[in-house]
Write a new protein. Sequence first.
Length: 385
Amino acid sequence: MLESKAVMNPDELKYWLAFNRIPHIGRVSFQRMEAGFGVLSAAWKAGLTELRGAGLDKRAAQSVATHKLRIDPDAELEQIQGSGIQALTWHDDAYPRRLKEIYDTPPVLYMRGELIPDDERSIAVVGSRRPSPYGREVAYQLTHDLSRAGVTIVSGLARGIDSEAHKSALKAGGRTVAVLGSGVDVIYPPENRNLAARIVENGALLSEHPPKTGPSPQHFPRRNRIMSGITLGSVVVEAGAKSGALLTARHALEQNREVFAVPGRITDPASRGANRLIRESAAKLILDYKDVLEELNLSYTEQQSETSEQIEMAALFPKDENEAAILSFVTYDPVHIDEVIRSSGLDIAMVSGALAMMELKGMVSQVGGMNYIRLKETPAEYQAT
C-alpha cells in the first residue's frame, strides 16, 4: 500500500501533472522515478542517462527528454487551480482507496465534483450503447433501487445503459460518479453536458486524462478498469458478444471484484455477452437490487425521507381518467403513440401532452421513434380500483 498524505504540496504536484502529460509515462514509470529520485521534482531536472539509471526503459526516458521541453509545470498547475478541477495523486487521502489496490493504478486522477466516504458503497452499472427497451427498463429500475438503498452508481456517461444509470440514480435522489474517456472538462457525447453538470452537483466526474483531452477510441477500454476498480462490483445489464461492457467485467474479475449480470432473451444478440458471463459462471445472475445487496453483504440504507417517498408513490397514480386510459395501453414492450391514440380514442393533443407529463413522473419512457414503454408497476392501491 502506498504511503498516504493528506494533500500533496502544490510545488510537487505540478511535476506530477507535467509528467502525466507525457506519452508512455504510466504507473511503472512513476513508481521507478519515485524510487530512484525520491520526488518527481528531482526526476524532472534529470537528464536522459539519469532517467535510464532510475529504471525507465529507453522509450519512456526518451519521451520525457523530448516532451518536457514543451511542457511548463507551473502552467499545468495554474490550469488546474483556475478551472475548478481537482488533481489527486495516489498519495492523497481523497484518492479512491480501492483504486490504489488495482494493478494499473492511475498516478493522477482528475475530478470535478466531490467524492465522499459514502461513495465506498458503490456499484458500476454498464451495458450496451444501443440498448433494447428491456435493457433501458432494467437499467432504470435496478439503479433506482440501488440508489434508494444508499449505493453510489458508477458508470461511463456513454449513450445507452450508462446514461440511463446516471439519470435513474439522480432521479432517485442518489449519488453517481462518471468515469470519462476524455478530460473532465470535455464531455462526450456532447448531448450529455447537462447530465454531466447534474452529476458534478451530486457526485463526481473522474478521469486519468489531463484537462482538454478529447475522447479517443483507445481511452474508453482503459477507463473501464477505473470504473471496476473504485467499486465493490460491476453489473452488466445488457451486452452483446463484443460489448465494451464485457471489458469492465473482465477488469472486475482481475481486480477480485464481484461481477453480476442481468439475464436476457437467448435469441437477442444484445444479451449474448451478459448471458455468456452467467453461463460461464463469470457473473452471478441477478433479478433485482436485493440480489446485489445480499451478495455484497450491504445493508439497506434509505436515502430518501418518508415525505419524498410518499410524493414519488403519489406521482405513479394516474391523475385522471384520460391518463388512466392511456396508461392501460402502454406496456413493457414499445408501443407507438399512434397505437395509443387509436386504442384510447383520445385526440393526439391529449395523448401527447399526457405522455409527456407521465414521462416526467417516471411512469413511462420514450425509447425512440415516438415509441413508449411503461417503467414501473402500477401501485397496488390503483390496481385494486
